[in-house]
Design a protein around this ligand. Sequence first.
Ligand code: GLN
Ligand code: ZN
Length: 830
Amino acid sequence: MTVTQTVYEWATTPLEPEFRLRRQPKYSRTGCQIIPCLLPPFPAITAVQIRNWGYKMANVTATNLGFPRVGAFRELKKAVESYWKGDSKLEDLQKAAKTIRAENWKFQAENGIQHIPSNDFSLYDHVLDTIALVGAVPPRYKFEGSTVDADTYFAMARGGRAGKLANVPAMEMTKWLDTNYHYIVPELHKGQKFALSSTKIFDEFNEAKALGVHTRPVLLGPVSFLLLGKERDGGDALKLLPALIPVYKEILAKLAEAGADWIQLDEPALVLDLNNDQRAAFKVAYSQLAQGSAPKILVATYFTDLGANLETALHLPVQALHLDIVRGEKQLDAALNDAPANLILSLGVVEGRNIWKTDLEKALAKLEKAVAKRGADKIFVAPSCSLLHSPVDLDSETKLDAELKNWLAFARQKVKEINVLSKALNNGRDSVKAELADNAKAMESRRTSKRIHNDAVKKRVAEITPVLAERKSPYQTRAAIQGKELNLPLFPTTTIGSFPQTEDVRQARAANKAGHMNDADYKKFLEGKTAESIKWQEEIDVDVLVHGEFERNDMVEYFGEQLSGFAFSQFGWVQSYGSRCVKPPIIFGDVSRPKPMTVEWAKFSQSQTKRPMKGMLTGPITILQWSFVRDDQPRETTTKQIALAIRDEVVDLEKAGIKVIQIDEAALREGLPLHRAEWNDYLRWAVEAFRITASGVQDKTQIHTHMCYSEFNDIIQAVGAMDADVISIETSRSQMELLDAFVGYKYPNEIGPGVYDIHSPIVPTQEQMTALLQKALKVLDAKQIWVNPDCGLKTRGWKETKPALEAMVAAAKQLRAQVAGANGKKAANG
Ligand code: GLN
Ligand code: ZN
């Protein structure tokens, strides 16, 4: 007998009348049919009661895309580095890794996550894991076996150490889309062969299974793997797709055999600007992968909206699509409207790469809209992206005050948020009443706290006028005045700021921080180091000196610690690459500068020499980019606040007698949005922020900037628009490839294309550096060229720094003589 009964669906969530009417009978099973409610609901009936009556309700699924792998106290870093040093064995490393994985799985299982990721863990990098998995090991590692072993794996990551791998260089590393995480770039070539060469993904699935946790393995999807890789011989990486797909099919089949019912294939390339061929590759790849019935496929995208690729993604023949609804919020409506009825949408409503609590009411509103439209069984609740980019656990923080802490959520707290949201949807808001109320209180406190909102700062930003971003005179006029003021030779030499942070410097800082060395002794120690470095720069005859930055821990932290509106965590580490983690400052409030930050050191340093001493500051974009930033106001506003604070510092340095001031913008390029269409807007405010920072000074004060990457050919106009008197940039690794940009674009001001690579311990010869300068002379005017290394020398030792800089000065002198000779000849002939 079939009983049809009416129950009130979603009786605990207030429904739009329109929704009640639109909804079709949906959940039909023998003995029970839930049909739409056309009458006012009976609030007394809860979803839990309905379930207790034996009716099956459709539910949303609580999911996660990835969990931090470093461990709450960077256990992985310690284990990996100890293994590298030879202090522990591979088994020890594997044991430590296993403990972290178990802890992560257990935590997520206990906190209601139904789709728990596995294979999100990595000993170094998940792209490198994929390289190993599909056997795309570059030939120089002489990989011949059937599975990639630890030596080969780490040789690809950081260069070979011994035996047949000794001195084999590492693979290239680059930024993972617009994050601060770096991945190993797949190195591909025409005719590349692929073969299953690692068991990691299966091992980790089984490892979790043995612990009673059923997981959803995560893997970088085949199209993104190729698009984020590099074809060495200039071919089209997508041509390799037919060779790669069979390996992915094999992986899927093996996972199905092991019992996996879902797999998450990350396709972050779907958020990039793609051409038709690239879009077509997704269709081809997934129509082939989807042929087998198991496991079901979730394609995951993140970091922004899919733009023109949304339609392609929505119609891939897969079971689920993940969308970032935090950074890509604007795609939500289109996705809800256009997705085929049977496609599950995984909605990333909990920000995976910042540290703020989610506004649960706002997130619920989005999810309820989605559930209303598509049915709960078609919705996964998820973080916006893998939580890899979040610190692990806010509960470890003992020094953050209660008010601030109450505004934050790290990875573990975000998992709990996903759980609360899912419960609210499935069991009604009452089931998580306390959590929702606490969250609302935290949101309200953040909206109104006096610690965040500083009226004077807001007023100053509101009153910014175009004049504030203009130097007094154009570059040509300034250059003439500065020429007289500074009296520098042709091809002036300088360095980028920092000198080797040797063990004694680090030890002294640690001792001072721990209270073992008092402030006066520490200051004396730093003065000694600084004075010594200045004396040495005079001896080797550098023209514009630096003080060495011995007093600075980090170029952003040093300023963040002295500015209002910043906070610092104790354990808020996030993986940057391999075992390296960063602990970004948290910008929580309006930024202001209570007092000068660098003036005392600048004065001391200038007092040690008659030559010009560069004042050294970090620019607003770089401070923004390398911090966790506010999500309650546009990035542009936060940047302008920082710009005004640094501007005041620039003016104070000038007043203190500093004639050359460098404002580092190391991160200008990495702030570029993922969609090209948004570049102009970003560059507009980024350039304006720099100009505000730099424009408070007289014409005679020379403003430098520094950027440490060379691929900025496509933003060269914006770099010109920053109107710094001098810019120093990285170029040596690419043999001055950057200079190609200056063939079509006449860079108006002065420029120091780095003549040696500070990332390598190799000491460059005078000849090598002269050769690079000769190249520069072909596209730049001699009067424009400065001579400097690529970047700061902080990570180098003195052993290589000294001969390198001596040779660099010699190269500049050689060039001066050459140009003087040529001019002499010209004069004689003319
Ligand atoms: N002035 C800084 C230094 O020399 C610049 C560092 C950087 O560009 N990353 O260390
Ligand atoms: Zn640099």
